[in-house]
Design a protein around this ligand. Structure first.
Ligand code: GTP
Ligand code: SPV
Ligand code: MN
Length: 588
């Protein structure tokens, strides 16, 4: 008798009709053989899947170019198929589950003819963690297999853990014909199932990431009393050796990876990294929040990453100790056979291909790397990785930071008056859109908890879950930051990157209770004299502007929040409307 995994794989093979089936083990040898096939045989979107890069520059690294129409998540083609449309909410695209399955099944029919079907058994979370989840992804892309081996814990342990049980998350993926018109990312939360076709890129195709660890998992958390969040996890060690663990939620391409491995400017402080994108958060027996990172690697934005902005990530990329490192859609310096992206060095290499494989001409005004070009690298390569990374229980959380990309309105830093007020502020966050998703860039949209594209159910219920669904006795403090405020010339007014540690220091002082704060209409804010600004070339005037609250800007902000909340009707928790009314009142 075949078990549930084998039966499911057989059914998918009957649908997709591959030539071969390969069960992935995730061993070093196997990954090397797969990369070899990617170098010599398999093509993706017309390009050879992998090219070996110069190990002298980045050890154990490979280059990948995706199809030029397939370079970011496609939110308009992403659906969450609850039986009832209201349960998906205005924040999700919706299709009736049977209709959705029939529609995509036609696209999956025979899509793997002449290809190999890979079965990837993987864990999200450390296999010893009670919070970890076993999953099976099917794919026909070697790039996806290798990426999953880097980003998740692939191997036999998952099969053992599932055994004869029916309980595992199922992900069916095929690159299909890469036609953007036939590209769908379909979620079926009722069945813990994802079906994704037509894309080989990032969050569309590595189904353990946004599809499972956020969209499906947020549904599981809603039912079971925990949270699946788009958050980093970091530990900050102070001069006395005390470690404070914090979470940080920022929309895509708004600074999570950079903050997760920040090099503090303060003498004696150190940051340890636990996660750069996703946190699963449970309430411990002591009523505090405990977070684990379900992932095992980093899929980070390349442009802007350099020894100056994120030295620890550059060291991670050079390490190549555990698993290969992939570079996707960067430029390719032909003289050194190594990847290049905007911001890596001042002068671009002379003899370089751009991300589409054309000779790069600096006079063209175009970029060499796609703005959403990424690296994929194993977490164990990271020199700042926390020794608690594999702790099955996770780490206790003392503070949550929410941020966004805002040229104006939102101050550099602010603390909420209370947990409930913090949930209100997080639920009404706005951020300017980035190239991490297809569509317009730089437009302010509401992005509650940085989860708008990732919350797999009605966000009104999600806010209710934050307010009432957790049995919290010791809620962490909630902070809000904006590293991206601009000056009159349109430049970032705050230096950002490692100097963000100065703001983290203020938060630590607030958590310790060693510093007071000013009450403002939007929350608690620092006195400039309490910020550690030694050695920073920034004027008092600029600092005041960074912390300024302009009523005319906030009146516009409030109108935006009202419009956003309006979509949820009666389902929106009343507490949020109360806080919105108070905010309005504060500006009267
Ligand atoms: P996802 O992987 O899409 O979820 O992105 P992320 O939130 O991890 O963003 P990441 O840290 O990769 O940063 C995205 C871009 O913002 C990069 O180009 C960074 O160089 C830039 N960036 C990060 N932190 C700062 C900052 O403090 N100030 C400024 N000006 N730019 C920053
Ligand atoms: C994001 O967009 O937030 C990412 C990249 O982390 S992706 O894996 O494509 O979702
Ligand atoms: Mn992300």
């Amino acid at each position: 008798m075949a078990n549930a995994i084998e039966r499911w794989v057989e059914e998918q093979a009957a649908l997709t009709k591959p030539d071969k089936i390969h069960w992935v083990q995730g061993t070093e040898d196997e990954i090397r053989r797969l990369i070899d096939i990617g170098i010599k045989e398999e093509k993706t979107g017309g390009n050879q899947t992998f090219r070996e890069l110069n190990p002298q520059v980045y050890a154990n690294s490979y280059y990948h170019r995706s199809h030029p129409t397939d370079v970011s998540r496609t939110e308009h083609l992403t659906f969450v198929c609850h039986p009832n449309k209201e349960d998906a909410g205005p924040n999700n695209n919706w299709m009736e589950p049977n209709e959705a399955k029939t529609m995509v099944s036609k696209l999956f029919d025979g899509c793997m003819k002449g290809r190999t079907l890979y079965v990837i058994p993987y864990m999200m979370g450390h296999p010893d963690s009670p919070y970890a989840k076993p999953c099976i992804q099917i794919t026909d892309s070697i790039y996806v297999v290798v990426s999953m081996c880097i980003m998740t814990r692939v191997g036999k342990k998952t099969l053992e853990r599932i055994g004869s049980s029916e309980k595992f998350v199922r992900g069916l993926h095929s690159i299909g014909d890469l036609d953007p018109e036939r590209r769908y990312i379909m979620h079926f939360p009722q069945e813990d199932l994802v079906m994704s076709i037509g894309s080989g890129y990032g969050g569309n195709a590595l189904l353990g990431k946004k599809c499972f660890s956020l969209r499906i998992a947020s549904n599981q958390g809603f039912k079971e009393g925990w949270l699946a969040e788009h958050m980093i996890i970091m530990g900050i060690e102070d001069k006395e050796g005390r470690i404070t663990y914090m979470l940080g939620a920022f929309p895509s391409a708004c600074g999570k990876t950079n903050l997760a491995m920040i090099d503090p400017v303060m003498e004696g402080y150190k940051v340890t990294t636990l996660g750069d994108d996703i946190a699963w958060i449970n309430v411990g027996a002591d009523g505090r929040l405990y977070a684990i990172n379900p992932e095992n690697g980093f899929f980070g934005v390349a442009p802007g990453t350099s020894d100056k902005t994120n030295y620890n990530m550059m060291r991670t990329l050079r390490a190549g100790k555990v698993y290969p490192t992939l570079f996707t859609n960067t430029g390719l310096d032909l003289d050194t056979n190594s990847p290049w992206w905007e911001g890596l060095s001042k002068e671009p290499p002379k003899n370089m291909l751009d991300w589409q494989g054309n000779m790069y001409d600096p006079a063209s005004g175009k970029v060499a790397a796609h703005p959403n070009a990424r690296f994929t690298v194993g977490a164990y390569n990271c020199p700042t990785l926390s020794k608690e990374f594999d702790n099955p229980q996770g780490v206790p959380i003392s503070g949550i930071i929410f941020g966004g990309r805002r040229s104006d309105t939102v101050p550099l830093v602010c603390e909420s008056f209370s947990w409930e007020h913090g949930v209100f502020k997080a639920s009404s966050l706005g951020s300017e859109t980035t190239t991490a998703a297809a569509g317009a860039v730089g437009v302010v949209r509401r992005d509650p908890m940085a989860m708008l594209p990732f919350c797999g159910y009605n966000m009104a219920d999600y806010f209710g879950h934050w307010l009432h669904g957790l049995k919290l006795k010791n809620p962490p403090r909630i902070f809000f930051v904006n590293w991206f405020k601009k000056d009159a010339q349109g430049n970032f007014a705050w230096p950002g990157f490692s100097d963000n540690s100065r703001i983290i220091k203020w938060m630590l002082d607030r958590i310790k209770g060693s510093v007071s704060a000013k009450e403002t209409p939007v929350g608690l804010m620092p006195n400039i004299s309490d910020l550690m600004l030694d050695g920073l070339d920034i004027s008092r005037d600029t600092m005041e502007k960074l912390l300024e609250i302009k009523p005319e800007e906030w009146k516009k902000e409030i109108a935006g929040i009202e419009e956003f909340y309006g979509q949820f009707g009666e389902r929106l928790p009343k507490e949020l409307l109360k806080h919105l009314a108070e905010l309005k009142e504060n500006f009267k």
